[in-house]
Design a protein around this ligand. Structure first.
Ligand code: GLA
Length: 378
């Protein structure tokens, strides 16, 4: 439960007009292909971020959070431009900017999506604010519009070159299902993801290793994909087969070749994973997770020692499959395990981290949860 409405009154002296919630995500499979128009298969986790908002009758935006209740950030709407320099409030402000809101607001945020764990706490924050504003101003944006607008805010206002996956799943996910998202046109299909009734569990391992998409590694990967499409003369990697990639090898640098090999093979793994889930073939799903990890580690080179140790330790403890998730360079891994092995798997990973002198990891599990929703309207 959130205390957001009480804190809103304490801090802003009035009640909020709307409260919206939006979840973080894990990505089952389909990594680093959202910006190449690929298919991805994420699901929303139960942890969510809440945004409570009230319209003001001036041009002030005041933002606070339950976690930092005494620190109100106050900004005039005229300063809400991509030149804005600030801290975490850049994320809610990016949404105010992208949705072209022209009135002052009081905004209170509360959230329990783990920060910096690669579970898309930023998308959860953006989508909670976007959902609340869409309702409050009767903007009538579809979920697809909101995904594109929040992505635009993150790209152009915050300056993070993310793709469309995280915002889409935070907005569009359904309880009990992974979301097959076609990043070309944002069409979706819900794919039943009920591992529990098969005695399985999806363990989320937060390696606590730092990751930042602004460090340049993410942009560099995107650039390799884009230069390849230019050299081969296609508009997107979605249109490329593995055979065509091999046939074009001489046009490409070795780095471009292996990056794009990841993208092309990962796109086909996503569709195979959907089939595996539809057939309840969790062993095949596990193998696809392993292949995805190897490809991200060796071809896309976005893994890191902590993620590799987490994956290897989970597999040694009997996991059906495991892989890094999200942008990489730290953050979280997932492991598909027998539910009865959860404690043993956790302890094997903990031991492996101690032996490698890594910071202690954190563990979560989550069933696929609902996407963004309005939870209170005045
Ligand atoms: C981050 C980005 C997403 C996606 C993943 C990698 O989470 O925000 O758009 O590119 O990395 O799959």
């Amino acid at each position: 439960m959130t205390l957001i409405d009480k804190t809103f009154v304490e801090v802003f002296g009035q009640t909020p007009s709307v409260i919206a919630a939006a979840p973080g995500r894990v990505n089952l499979i389909g990594e680093h292909i959202d910006y190449s128009d690929g298919f991805v298969l994420p699901f929303a986790i139960s942890d969510r971020t809440y945004a409570a908002i009230r319209i003001r009758d001036d041009r002030k935006i005041r933002i606070a959070s339950v976690q930092r209740r005494h620190k109100i950030v106050e900004v005039n709407l005229d300063s809400v431009t991509p030149n804005y320099i600030g801290e975490w409030e850049r994320y809610p402000l990016s949404v105010v900017w992208a949705l072209e809101i022209a009135q002052g607001l009081d905004i209170m945020i509360d959230g329990n999506v783990p920060l910096g764990a690669g579970l898309s706490s930023s998308a959860a924050l953006e989508c909670s604010v976007a959902t609340a504003l869409n309702h409050l101003f009767s903007l009538g944006h579809s979920l697809e519009d909101l995904a594109r607008l929040t992505q635009k805010g993150e790209n152009d206002f915050v300056g993070v070159p993310c793709g469309i996956m995280d915002q889409s799943v935070s907005l569009m996910a359904h309880v009990g299902s992974a979301l097959l998202l076609d990043c070309r046109d944002l069409t979706t299909k819900n794919v039943d993801f009920d591992v529990a009734s098969h005695g399985l569990e999806l363990l989320i391992i937060d390696t606590q290793a730092h990751h930042s998409l602004t460090d340049g590694g993410y942009a560099e990967r995107r650039a390799s994909c884009e230069s390849t499409t230019r050299k081969i003369g296609i508009s997107t990697l979605r249109d490329l087969t593995l055979n065509q990639l091999h046939a074009s090898r001489d046009l490409l640098t070795e780095t471009e070749f292996i990056r794009v090999r990841h993208a092309v093979t990962e796109m086909s793994r996503v569709l195979q994973a959907v089939e595996a889930l539809e057939n309840k073939d969790f062993h095949l799903l596990g193998q696809l997770l392993n292949q995805s990890h190897a490809s991200l580690r060796d071809d896309y080179t976005v893994s890191c020692p902590e993620l590799n140790v987490a994956v290897e330790a989970a597999l040694s403890a009997g996991a059906l499959g495991a892989r890094m998730v999200g942008g990489g360079f730290g953050g979280s891994a997932i492991a598909l395990i027998e539910a009865r092995n959860t404690a043993d798997t956790i302890s094997s990973i903990e031991t492996a981290f101690v032996n490698s002198n890594f910071k202690a990891p954190r563990f979560f599990t989550s069933l696929p949860s609902q996407g963004a929703e309005i939870i209170m309207r005045a």
